[in-house]
Design a protein around this ligand. Structure first.
Ligand code: CO
Length: 162
């Protein structure tokens, strides 16, 4: 395992649509292990392969320091509800901002053994899944930051009523 360098905002790879994984081999397992090590070292709650310079549809999420979700070729089957919270990103040091996300997500993804798994996630975990899957589409949270005070007020009251 190795800690990889994290690509920062401004690098083109972060704005590319990443490529599907087709080989579930030892290279993939090593990459997943490196992603995990890099994420833990950087004290993040998720990381996507493009963030270490690899434009493949792979990301991992760990919001509680224990359960690590490895998502390969993830597809959002359904998103519902709305939540609104402050986010940051390992590729955008020093910046935080409010982003609107689905409150619940159903995601299909392969695991490292090539088995398809359906995840039903909500709350903070849904934020992390959505943020990391965005990376695979070349989307950074900075593109979704809402900084208009009036808009924030409206969204907050809507989110609280859901
Ligand atoms: Co990020």
């Amino acid at each position: 395992m190795a800690i990889r360098e994290i690509v920062k905002i401004g690098d083109k790879i972060l704005s590319l649509k990443a490529q599907d994984v087709s080989e579930f081999d030892d290279n993939l397992k090593n990459l997943l292990d490196d992603l995990k090590e890099t994420m833990l070292f950087a004290e993040g709650v998720g990381i996507a392969a493009p963030q270490i310079g690899i434009s493949k549809r792979i990301c991992i999420v760990c919001v509680d320091g224990e359960t690590v979700y490895e998502l390969i070729n993830p597809v959002i089957v359904k998103g519902s509800g709305m939540q609104y919270n402050i986010e940051g990103c390992l590729s955008v040091p020093g910046r935080n901002g409010y982003v609107q996300r689905p409150k619940k997500l159903i995601v299909d993804a392969y695991n490292r053994d090539g088995e398809m798994i359906r995840y039903k996630v909500s709350e903070y975990l849904a934020i992390a899944f959505s943020h990391e899957i965005d990376h695979l589409e070349g989307i950074l949270f900075t593109q979704k930051i809402i900084d208009d005070e009036e808009k924030i007020k409206k969204i907050k009251s809507k989110a609280e009523n859901e």
